[in-house]
Design a protein around this ligand. Sequence first.
Ligand code: SAH
Length: 226
Amino acid sequence: MTVYPLPASDLKGEGMTSQRARDRLMTSLKESGIRDARVIDVMRSVPRHHFIDQALHSRAYENTALPIGHGQTISQPWVVARMTEVLIEFGVPQRVLEIGTGSGYQAAVLAGLVPQLYTVERIEELLRQARRRFRQLGLANVRTRHDDGKLGWVDEAPFDAIMLTAAGDTVPTRILDQLTPTGVLVAPVGSPSKQTLIRMRGDGNGDFIQEELGPVSFVPLLGGIG
Ligand code: SAH
């Protein structure tokens, strides 16, 4: 597991971005049903405030989604935890693709748990900021790509797991084609007003077992690059 360095100001353990604030959030995630200790441990170590604008730092360890510019949001911590735990439930996948880098927070959480994390974002400016954050945190196992994530990442496929962090009507077939035969995919699916988190697992014979894991609210999966 990766242990992220804390800025000097945090080491005193004071203020809204302190380790104590992070610990409180982890207690609340556990109380609201997050069971996987590996996920809690890695989220305890990732500085979420590092992934949002300074003006919002005081809210970094609240259990809410927050704006990151360009009409996009950093996901709610509970949703990040839940999606991560259902992705790794059957074993830690080796090579994982995330579609929708956004702030880079979900990618950093995954990168603390899996050997190789690939992430695709269509908005260049968001990706530029996320790359800088990965560098500053010394995350050496993250590879990024500026592209339309509906295409997946053909050159690096197949992946043992794929996570979409933006919602489409369905999961594009081209993305499913980039999963290993027993791979796991987690994605929000549905219309802007009614989305469901789904998990699909390859059965090894070209079919998928699909489960619905409850309502969620994500920004839309768009086409093309921005
Ligand atoms: N995982 C992010 C969540 C960001 S919100 C985080 O932890 O902050 C979802 C992101 O998906 C947005 O940044 C949006 O630009 C991006 N997105 C939407 N459609 C996309 C597509 N087709 N390809 C790549 N990224 C996409």
